[in-house]
Design a protein around this ligand. Structure first.
Ligand SMILES: Cc1cc2nc3c(=O)[nH]c(=O)nc-3n(C[C@H](O)[C@H](O)[C@H](O)COP(=O)(O)O)c2cc1C
Length: 171
């Protein structure tokens, strides 16, 4: 499918079909899209945790609203691997690398008919503690994935896009 069409049809899913299982081969394709995503210096600091056991999903649902998605991908980055900017003290590309990985997975899912929700409404420390993440692994965001239920529909916010003239400028 033409990419712009895919981008146009995607919307944040908040009404997953919680009982419809995601096929293993489709999950593999989604994870593969994340593996192929660009990261700073190709350091690939991402660590993607697949939450699909009821215990892991229950933990995630206690930390943020996951809308009963059958799978949640917890996208993290490794502070020991991440690119650090020599020109700017304290800067690392972890959040951007994780976003790059998540975005690729999001659109691969969409191309397979699987809907997604990008989630950042959680407390990082609480996630680290709940999933007992190693000290060097930092949670960046979650991607809830699943098939849409019958009541699935884009939120009113979805179509509320600013015109390019508001967000793009030539310098
Ligand atoms: C960085 C980021 C964080 C987000 N965090 C959440 C979240 O915690 N919970 C949620 O329901 N949606 C979250 N969203 C989804 C946005 O609300 C949604 O993408 C936006 O309103 C546009 O709607 P659309 O995705 O349907 O086009 C997040 C999106 C981004 C890019």
């Amino acid at each position: 499918m033409e990419f712009l069409k895919l981008a146009e049809q995607r919307y944040s899913e908040r009404a997953f079909d919680k009982s419809r299982v995601i096929e293993e081969e489709k999950l593999s394709k989604i994870l593969e899209a994340g593996r192929l995503a660009p990261t700073a210096c190709n350091f690939q600091p991402q660590k993607v945790y697949v939450l699909k056991s009821s215990d892991a999903l229950w933990k995630a649902a206690k930390l943020t609203h996951t809308y009963e998605a059958p799978i949640v991908l917890l996208v993290c980055y490794d502070m020991n691997v991440v690119w650090k900017n020599a020109r700017e003290e304290g800067y690392n590309s972890g959040e951007q690398d994780a976003s790059s990985v998540l975005t690729s997975m999001m659109f691969e899912a969409e191309s397979l008919g699987i809907h997604t929700l990008w989630i950042r409404g959680f407390n990082s420390k609480a996630v680290e503690e709940s999933f007992e993440l190693p000290e060097n692994i930092k949670p960046a965001m979650m991607l809830a994935i699943g098939y849409p239920s019958e009541s699935s529909a884009p939120s009113p916010r979805h179509s509320d896009r600013k015109p390019l003239t508001d967000t793009v400028e030539e310098l």
